[in-house]
Design a protein around this ligand. Structure first.
Ligand code: NDP
Ligand code: GUA
Length: 484
């Protein structure tokens, strides 16, 4: 795809690229330069309805293929995606802003979900239950749930899509995808890959446009049997409420507010390095990003000094520049949210150890300096709300019990991390953390082969791993009377 400001037909319904029925269009904006890079179709509920009809029509044939046959399409899509890694990474960086090295990593990660589910689709087993009645046989038969509506965010415009498409298609479901309006280009490219591997028409459909109207159609249409969503907790709740009337299954990957616990018996070099990687990758816009850092009091000075030393060398700028390691935030609202949390913390007594300003040097985009706050307390917004930006607050603690309490005192429960070299402490603390994912001396838990997902207001359901495909399956129970 040439990012040349031209118009891109971005709706793919029943195997055909098309415009929105309304004829409306919007632009994709590069968050680093604020240049308009491409126009795309801005559809609504009417387009979503057509897409659901197409997905419904395609369902029976797709579900009736053998898992092996479905797997071939996924495996070919994986191979093609890896062949196009560089091209796709550049598109991703241009519309989303993350540094190119991270974008390349995201494409590889996105492809890995297609590869892994191409394999896992072949291992969807049923069950035979020993019956208490000699005259009966009891079975459980897994079957695809039906038409799936997938709503995805802008922070990982490729991998959040394939994390849903991989297991859904492998299970035998058909899909209508609605990507974020900031990043439709990566979604278009993924659909083109499936078109190129000749996925049967209607199995994968794409609608771009008005989230409220498209979301309304997904929620009210009885033919949509599952909504799988990654995004904010607020929209997740709205989808839950709106899906009540049609009693849909929901798989929700929502906000997070991850704590990092650094104990005095940790490998400090490793803890500092990984804290930086967790907090500043994707400019802090990752739902499992470290949001609050708790450092044991006795090592706080040394930890902060080492952290600052490493942060000084970070380069802010446009992600296509290979030297850059911090790109822009996605839009103005995201920038204002970070600024607001920073000002709130300062007004309540925090000190700025580094950064603190909107970054404008020769750049038009939504840049904020990597920022470190010390003298931080529980009353500050940054310790209570998801930041989604490059703001790193450090609070100290004295005891294990105290920091577990601080970490768990939250409405979110997605990911938490701890650094310690003490095996007993690692297990003890891990077991007490009320989170769906715990990283011990590790901040990169998201892999295709493991179940990713939150508890509390961070969502329900899992993506990745054996559990990930279960979201897309119904377990049909069969009770059979036996004649002898
Ligand atoms: N868990 C995660 O990975 C993510 C968490 N977030 C959190 O959410 C905050 C806000 O980000 P934002 O992009 O606004 O997140 P949203 O939850 O608004 O967006 C995520 C997806 O939901 C869609 N959407 C928005 N409103 C509706 C609706 N009424 N019905 C159906 N779909 C809808 C969006 O479409 P559209 O783009 O067209 O608005 C997008 O595709 C972030 O600052 C962050 O805290 C955000 C993104 C990802
Ligand atoms: O922000 C998310 O929802 C997923 C993180 C993906 C990753 O770590 O690669």
């Amino acid at each position: 795809m040439q990012l040349d400001g031209q118009y891109e037909k971005s709706m793919y319904i029943n195997g055909l690229w098309c415009n929105a029925e309304s004829g409306n269009q919007e632009h994709v904006v590069n968050p680093a330069s604020l240049n308009k890079i491409k126009a795309f179709s801005y559809g609504d509920g009417a387009d979503a309805k057509k897409a659901v009809e197409a997905a419904k029509k395609a369902f029976t044939d797709w579900a009736n293929l053998s898992a092996r046959e479905r797997s071939k399409y996924l495996y070919s899509a994986y191979t093609l995606m890896m062949e196009k890694q560089e091209e796709l990474a550049r598109i991703l960086t241009t519309e989303q802003g993350k540094p190119l090295a991270e974008a390349r990593g995201e494409i590889a990660s996105a492809a890995s979900y297609l590869q892994w589910y191409a394999e896992e689709g072949n291992r969807v087993y049923g069950e035979i239950i020993p019956s208490s009645n000699k005259g009966k046989r009891l079975f459980v038969v897994p079957q695809p749930i039906g038409v799936v509506a997938a709503i995805t965010p802008w922070n990982f415009p490729s991998s959040m899509i394939t994390r849903k498409l991989g297991p859904a298609l492998a299970a035998g479901c058909t899909v209508v995808l609605k990507p974020a309006e900031q990043t439709p280009l990566s979604a278009i490219e993924i659909v083109k890959i499936f078109e190129e591997v000749r996925l049967p028409k209607g199995v994968l459909n794409l609608v771009t446009g008005d989230p409220t109207s498209i979301g309304q159609e997904f929620m009210s249409n009885p033919d949509v049997r599952l909504i799988t969503f990654t995004g904010s907790t607020e929209v997740g709740k709205l989808l839950m409420r709106g899906s009540a009337d049609t009693v849909k299954k929901l798989s929700l990957e929502l906000g997070g507010h991850a704590p990092i616990l650094v104990f005095d018996d940790s490998d400090l070099e490793q803890a500092v390095k990984m804290t930086i990687m967790s907090k500043f990758r994707n400019c802090g816009q990752t739902c499992i990003c470290a949001n609050r850092i708790y450092v044991q009091h006795s090592i706080q000075e040394e930890f902060t000094a080492k952290l600052m030393e490493q942060l000084e060398s970070m380069k802010i700028g446009e992600g296509l520049d290979e030297q850059v390691n911090i790109g822009p935030l996605i839009d103005e609202n995201a920038l204002l949210k970070v600024k607001h949390q920073y000002e709130d913390a300062i007004s309540k007594g925090a000190s700025t150890a580094l950064g603190g300003k909107v970054y404008k040097e020769k750049l038009n985009g939504y840049f904020f300096e990597p920022t470190v706050l010390t003298n931080v307390s529980n009353q500050m917004k940054v310790m209570n709300e998801e930041t989604f930006g490059p703001l790193l607050p450090i609070q100290t603690f004295e005891t294990e019990e105290e920091v577990i309490e601080l970490a768990n005192h939250d409405r979110y429960g997605l990911a938490a991390y701890l650094f310690t070299e003490n095996l007993n402490r690692a297990i003890r603390v891990m077991e007490k953390l009320e989170y769906g994912i715990v990283g011990i001396n590790d901040v990169f838990p998201a892999v295709a082969e493991a179940p990713f997902g939150g508890i509390k207001q961070s969502g329900q359901g899992k993506e990745g791993g054996r559990e990930g495909i279960m979201e897309y399956l119904e377990m049909k129970y069969v009770s059979m009377g036996l004649k002898r």
